[in-house]
Design a protein around this ligand. Structure first.
Ligand code: PLP
Length: 396
């Protein structure tokens, strides 16, 4: 099949929910992708942060293959090993008490919301169902996680939305204090807003949020669907800030390319979701959780330690290119936002992709890079050389 045959097939039979770039990827090795016509691309997207250990990673392939030969699925009515082992490792690395596994980021955030409301209902009865989130946040595409998302453009068409969400501006402690009223059970925040523009929260704001939450027994929760699993240089981004959340969601990078998500709950929330209160058929799927164990093995093998340095290298190279259309860089670890000026972020992304660099956008003005955590120095340099050459022409 050629690129253009695939474009036509997809356009005819797949619902048009995605405004795709005109590129069809056939395979990826590490952070180097190839299309159906054999053209090469340096991948700075890792499939939106999912291919955390790169394409065709041999240790990941071995783990997935071995598990597929033993047990692909049996349901959560029975015990299986890879999920239990993964839960143990995640708890030991974070000091959390337990894990619930789901299949996506939105579903993981749904679990956070259910956990928060039940924690409060069990302890205080009705009237404390409100969940506070941040303006500019992104929490998913289900009706309830759209409701939790603090961006007006997502609150359209699908009425009626779920009640019980309140938005407050990021990094504004006085506004947060007002938002955390007596009707609130939880505060959910992304440590670095991803879709909203790669905007890190201030450490002081996170510390103040923890203090305010503790005073009122409001649960402090992080949506680490994008920031988790080593993306920012720690296993979870909240670990940069010295806080102890009550629960944390994760998804994207956890299984290195297979669908898996979940939440980590602290001792405070260990027993809130008892038998029969929450479930999902595919959750803790043995192949997905075996893949996630391989991802943790690879991160432990020096990859996690390389993330901050790789991120700093990419940012300093970009900042030193002297490009007129680049207004700086921001982010944490290998979650990099590059605000552009004089050109729209989507135009810049289109130019870069057609020049051979896969890249994302975020918020109103930024290009976004979420490379595989295993990306090599050679791949970084090759991609940044193309980036520099391509955007030189776009300078104002
Ligand atoms: C991607 C993302 C989600 C949604 O994850 P899905 O797997 O697409 O449901 C939720 N929260 C954040 C912070 C994300 O980046």
């Amino acid at each position: 099949m050629t690129n253009s045959e695939l474009f036509a097939l997809d356009k005819q039979y797949v619902l048009g929910t995605y405004a795709r770039f005109p590129v069809a990827i056939e395979r990826i090795e590490g952070s180097t992708a190839y299309d159906f016509d054999g053209r090469k691309y340096i991948d700075f997207t890792s499939g939106i942060g999912v291919n955390s250990v790169g394409g065709a990673n041999p240790r990941w392939i071995a783990a997935v293959t071995e598990q597929a030969q033993k047990l692909a699925h049996i349901s959560n009515l029975f015990y299986t090993e890879p999920g239990a082992r993964l839960a143990q490792r995640l708890c030991e690395k974070t000091g959390m008490a337990g894990v619930f596994f789901s299949n996506s980021g939105a579903e993981s955030n749904e679990a956070l919301i259910k956990l928060a409301r039940k924690y409060s209902f069990d302890k205080y009865g009705p009237g404390r169902a409100c969940v506070v989130t941040l303006e500019g946040s992104f929490h998913g595409r289900t009706v309830t996680t759209l409701s939790a998302t603090g961006q007006d453009k997502f609150h359209n068409f699908f009425f009626p939305f779920t009640e019980g969400f309140r938005f407050t501006p990021a990094n504004d402690i006085a506004a947060l204090e007002k938002a955390l009223g007596n009707d609130v059970c939880a505060l959910i925040m992304e440590p670095v807003q991803g879709e909203g523009g790669v905007l890190p929260l201030d450490g002081g704001f996170i510390a103040a949020a923890e203090k305010l939450c503790r005073e009122k027994d409001i649960l402090l929760m992080f949506d680490e669907v994008q920031t988790g699993v080593g993306r920012t240089g720690k296993l979870f981004a909240y670990q940069h800030f010295g806080v102890k959340p009550d629960a944390v969601s994760f998804a994207k990078g956890i299984a290195g390319g297979l669908p898996l998500g979940g939440i980590l709950a602290a001792e405070s929330c260990r027993d809130v979701l008892g038998a029969g209160t929450h479930a999902t058929t595919f959750g803790a799927n043995p192949i997905c959780t075996a893949a996630a164990n391989a991802v943790l093995d690879i991160l432990e093998d020096g990859v996690l330690d390389s993330v901050s340095e790789k991120g700093a290298y990419i940012r300093s190279r970009i900042e030193n290119m002297g490009l007129g259309c680049i207004a700086g860089t921001r982010g944490l670890g290998l979650m990099i936002g590059i605000p552009v000026k004089g050109v729209s972020h989507s135009e810049a992304a289109k130019k870069l992709i057609s020049a051979g660099v896969l890249i994302l956008t975020a918020g109103a003005d930024a290009l976004r890079m979420l490379p595989s955590l295993t990306i090599s120095r050679e791949e970084i340099d090759e991609g940044l050389d193309i980036f520099e050459k391509t955007l030189k022409g776009a300078a104002i």
